[in-house]
Design a protein around this ligand. Structure first.
Ligand code: ADP
Ligand code: MG
Length: 697
């Protein structure tokens, strides 16, 4: 008999036939390791099951009993069937029903012993009832040790693979596996933080001993669970920190120095005093510029903190050193805005600036390309496509990427593929929750600007149902009469783009004709041609339009300080971070601003929580944490695109502390081992593939 190891394919296990192996493979499980690193989703204490007689409606419970009657019942709705079972123990009985699952007729039959889990309801006279509970049929001979009479792990049901099949298989595997498994954790690290061995971790995670608290288990806080979580976090962080260290060996071809002449030139373009946060960030960036290795830095700061000027001052340093700068924004509108404001700031300087986007006409494009190639232009503003395009720089030394998180992290790799090693500054206005920063940007240095330019007032945010539209319009009118401007934002969901677009333009017509006939109202959406968008933005910026009805294209970076009211229609459809971004379009001057979130009742619980968060806080970091908690990391940035790692046991929301500990331990280990560039490369082999990261760095 061959021994079972973590690498053993599940199909070679006793009792796993080709059919079962296929089911397992379908659930993503091919080896013993895959199976054992698929955590239970929760635990049930079946050693102390409640008696039916002691139960009340309104709680989540698991119940064990015998089926005394079962069958399919037709209903008045044609084709709609209910499967019903009466389950009883010595103290009472209850009803369980499953909607439209007539196949249960062959699964749950009279006389069987079952365990049910679900939300128990009190249904008038008819007593206690489960609707669609989870169920398990318990066979006597195996029941007492594996499936009942103890704390049992409950796994996610995937296709034909039931929680019970997995529990049985995990049990068997754990009893065939030798306890001295190879351990990927360094012994010193394990000892220092007092973690159990790998085998103890696996055993205690799947089949916890009787004396362990079920609450701890369900929070994944027991030592065996923590051991496995740490293991994955450590392996991830080790790679991330190794990648960061290997960047230290990289050399950039250019050198940057700062002297008094350069300082004076920077002061010349500066129209105001920097805030303390801006000064610190600028210093960190300029220190990086002067180092021999390329900068790889993230500048975080809520909308309106003034990141642009910081980037421009750093750009000046690079340009004064004879280098070119590429300044990239996610959309053409933003690129154009950056271009306009940067050009204005650079007016008195000797540097030439050019705009290059997808809609630059061919002839102009040729001229600009030539100017960039021969160095006549020092600062090029464009969209993120800029570095991927056919543009060749004479001496590209510094790249600024604005609003990075929306567009993935591929640019650096693209740059390197082109043989370029510029300093890179990534800027984001979406404050990144600490956990994500630890994983997503753990290999970047970060600067954060937390303070705002002086004189800014907090934005007042109110949430109102659609039915109170008149109050909202009154408020808008008041602001416009005082000389201010307003945004009305419409959601644009990709799947229903046409319908939404129609709704937005109809809304604009309605506002223009019926509600505010005395005002000039513009419309902006993604389907407009670039020059049409431009015109609208220009007249709105110039104050010739009182109101701008727009889809979310104004979301990032747009800067019209005189706009002080924002109405967001269908606020319930937006994500929390997105609403926060949107609202950042107002609150940009010394006039007080207000943001009205108009929603369609009834609100889901989650939508209510989102709107509540916005009315309660203006702090982007706080918003980001709440967004992560509400939605989970997947939705937050469009995980794949943003280069988020895929974990098998780590949960980014739950396991922040473990990730932090693992990062500290990974750094401590690297400090001790002090690997060479070659050793780091070996360490990184297979690392990005394992966590399904897009190759970056
Ligand atoms: P963001 O960080 O969102 O990119 P911007 O760079 O667009 O913010 O700056 C927002 C506004 O604040 C701009 O109008 C900018 O000119 C202004 N601003 C930036 N820094 C200061 C400052 N230190 N004092 C006064 N105004 C500032
Ligand atoms: Mg900006």
């Amino acid at each position: 008999m061959s021994t079972v190891t973590l690498d053993t394919p599940l199909q070679f296990l006793k009792g796993v036939g080709p059919k079962r192996a296929a089911d397992l493979a379908h659930a993503g499980l091919t080896t013993v390791e895959d199976l054992l690193y698929r955590f239970p989703i929760r635990y049930e204490d079946r050693s102390r099951l409640r008696t039916i007689g002691s139960l009340k409606g309104g709680e989540y419970v698991s119940v064990s009993g015998r089926i005394v009657h079962a069958g399919v019942r037709a209903t008045r709705r044609p084709g709609f069937k209910i499967f019903e079972a009466m389950v009883s123990d010595d103290t009472g009985s209850l009803r369980a029903t499953w909607l439209n699952q007539p196949f249960l007729r062959d699964v749950l039959v009279t006389g069987q012993h079952v365990v049910l889990f679900g939300h128990l309801e009190q249904r008038g006279q008819s007593g206690l009832q489960f609707v669609n509970p989870q169920y398990e049929v318990i066979e006597q001979e195996e029941g007492e040790t594996i499936h009942t009479g103890r704390v049992v792990p409950v796994y996610e049901r995937t296709g034909t693979l039931t929680p019970k099949m997995q529990r049985r298989l995990v049990w068997e595997v754990l009893h065939q596996l030798p306890p001295d498994l190879p351990d990927p954790l360094p012994e010193a690290t394990r000892d220092r933080i007092g973690l159990p061995t790998r085998y103890a971790g696996l055993l205690g995670t799947h089949f916890p001993p009787a004396d362990i608290s079920i609450e701890h288990l369900n929070r994944f806080e027991t030592p065996p669970q923590r051991r496995l979580l740490f293991e994955e976090a450590f392996q991830f962080q080790l790679g991330l920190m190794a990648r960061r260290r290997s960047a230290l060996f990289e050399q950039k071809p250019h050198r940057i120095a700062v002297d008094d002449r350069i300082r004076a030139s920077a002061r010349q373009v500066l129209p105001f005093r920097l805030t303390a946060g801006q000064r610190t960030a600028l210093k960190e960036i300029v220190d990086d510029l002067q180092r021999p290795r390329p900068m790889n830095r993230l500048l975080q700061g809520d909308v309106g903190v003034g990141k642009t000027i910081v980037a421009l001052l750093a750009a000046l340093v690079a340009m004064e050193n004879g280098l070119q700068v590429a300044f990239m924004a996610p959309t053409e509108i933003l690129a154009e805005q950056h271009y306009a404001s940067l050009a204005k700031l650079l007016e008195g300087s000797r540097f030439q600036i050019a705009l290059l986007t997808g809609s630059t006409p061919a002839a102009a494009r040729r001229t600009r390309r030539a100017e960039i190639e021969d160095g006549a232009v020092q600062l090029v503003v464009g969209t993120h496509a800029l570095v991927q395009s056919d543009v060749r720089f004479k001496a590209l030394g510094f790249v600024v990427i604005d609003e990075q998180h929306r567009f993935g992290v591929l640019q650096r790799a693209t740059l390197r593929d082109k043989g370029l090693h510029p300093d890179v500054l990534v800027m984001t206005a979406t404050p990144i929750p600490r956990t994500l920063a630890l994983t997503l940007y753990g290999d970047l240095d970060t600067s954060v600007i937390r303070d705002r330019p002086p004189g800014r007032l907090p934005i007042r945010t109110i949430a109102m149902p659609d039915s109170r539209r008149d109050d909202i319009y009154a408020l808008v009118r008041q602001e416009i009469e005082a000389g201010r401007q307003a945004y009305v934002i419409y959601p644009l969901v990709e799947e229903s783009e046409k319908v939404d677009l129609k709704a937005a333009t109809e809304m604009a017509d309605h506002l223009a004709q019926d509600v505010f006939p005395e005002y000039r109202i513009g419309v902006l959406h993604g389907r407009l041609k670039a020059d049409a968008k431009d015109r609208v933005m220009q007249v709105f910026t110039a104050g010739e339009l009182q109101m701008l009805v727009s889809t979310t294209v104004v979301e990032v970076g747009v800067d019209v300080p005189n706009a002080t009211v924002m109405i967001v229609e269908h606020a319930e459809r937006f994500g929390l971070s997105q609403l926060h971004q949107l609202r950042g379009r107002v609150g940009r001057s010394h006039h007080p601003s207000v943001c009205c979130l108009v929603y369609q009742a009834p609100l889901s619980d989650e939508a209510r929580a989102r709107l509540k968060a916005l009315t309660e806080t203006n702090d982007g970091f706080e918003i980001a944490e709440r967004d992560l908690a509400l939605r989970g990391p997947g939705d937050l940035f469009g995980t794949r695109q943003a280069g988020m790692p895929t974990f098998r046991v780590i949960d980014l929301v739950r396991d922040r502390a473990v990730l932090e500990l693992a990062q500290r331990e990974a750094n401590a280990w690297l400090d001790r081992a002090c690997p060479s560039a070659a050793e780091l490369a070996t360490l990184l082999e297979g690392w990005s593939a394992r966590f399904k990261l897009i190759a970056v760095a």
